[in-house]
Design a protein around this ligand. Structure first.
Ligand code: NAP
Length: 261
């Protein structure tokens, strides 16, 4: 018999950037655990493909919205539409992200800084704030509880040469989540960060194709392989489930041991 809290029937999970990569890996496990899934991503074709794949996995509804999380109005409108269409949001995975680096820190221009900030930090801020508004209002009506998850990065805790803007967004995200955790615990909300290591997605395509990267970096991963999107399924189900109601303010490193080697 399945451990009861891991059956997510009746719960609704919102996953930004859930149409591919790590977001889709988490969505697959959530859908297979019978959660209803709301995907936000900009590309309609990828959203449609995710709906088709995820709908076959469990009993929950799967819907998607074309949303650019770097647009505050788009986020507030999509939150309202998601709640009205799905009934509620129980867990919010602020996962949509971009990674723009530079040849060196000295050569990093303001546009690069802004591009990272607008999606990874502004977008996560608006996404999480709107869901927190919804869950706290619901708690005040007698139905408390919810989970806020930010997908950060090892870049937040290790020196990320040539990627300081990206790293700053992920460090900021972890700090924001800790503040959310303390402030909203009284509403039954927990807030946690996931820190992926080297994961094979579109974001790391250049590294996957690089012989230097594959011969110098991946051998330093104790598990000795690239992480895969599906490696994030278990942590997603745990954080969306009532098994994690006492777990807040945490930073979950999922990196095959890279950061401790
Ligand atoms: N891959 C890694 O090694 C790694 C390591 C550490 C942390 N991370 C973090 O993990 C998260 C997921 O990354 P990934 O590797 O899965 O990347 P990915 O394969 O490039 O996917 C990025 C996702 O974010 C969505 N997205 C990007 N910009 C968006 C925007 N403005 N509005 C809405 N959605 C947007 C994309 O959908 P659309 O293109 O359709 O909008 C896509 O679904 C990111 O926050 C990333 O920083 C990744």
């Amino acid at each position: 018999m399945t451990y009861a809290p891991f059956d997510l029937t009746g719960k609704v999970a919102l996953i930004t950037g859930g149409n591919r990569g790590i977001g889709l890996g988490m969505a697959r496990a959530l859908a297979a655990s019978n959660a209803s899934i709301a995907i936000w991503g900009r590309k309609q074709a990828a959203n449609d493909a995710a709906i088709t794949e995820l709908s076959a996995l469990g009993v929950g509804d799967v819907k998607a919205w074309s949303v650019d999380v770097s647009d505050e109005l788009a986020v507030t409108q999509a939150t309202a539409e998601t709640i009205s269409s799905m009934g509620r949001i129980d867990s919010c995975f602020a996962n949509a992200g971009v990674g723009f680096g530079a040849r060196s820190f000295a050569e990093m221009d303001t546009e690069t800084w802004r591009k990272n900030m607008s999606v990874n930090l502004d977008g996560a801020f608006w996404t999480m704030r709107e869901t927190v508004k919804h869950i706290t209002a619901r708690a005040n009506d007698g139905d408390p509880g919810g989970s806020i998850i930010g997908v950060a990065s090892l870049a937040a805790i290790e020196g990320a040469a040539r990627n300081q803007a990206y790293a700053a967004t992920k460090g900021g995200l972890i700090s924001m989540l800790k503040g959310i955790a303390v402030e909203t615990a009284r509403y039954g909300i927990r807030a946690n960060a996931i820190l992926p290591g080297w994961i094979a997605t579109d974001m790391t395509a250049a590294g996957q194709e690089s012989d230097v990267f594959n011969s110098k970096v991946i051998p330093r991963v104790p598990v000795r392989r690239w992480g895969q999107p599906d490696d994030f399924g278990g942590i997603a189900v745990y954080l969306a489930s009532d098994a994690s109601t006492y777990h807040t303010g945490g930073t979950f490193v999922v990196d095959g041991g890279y950061s401790i080697f």
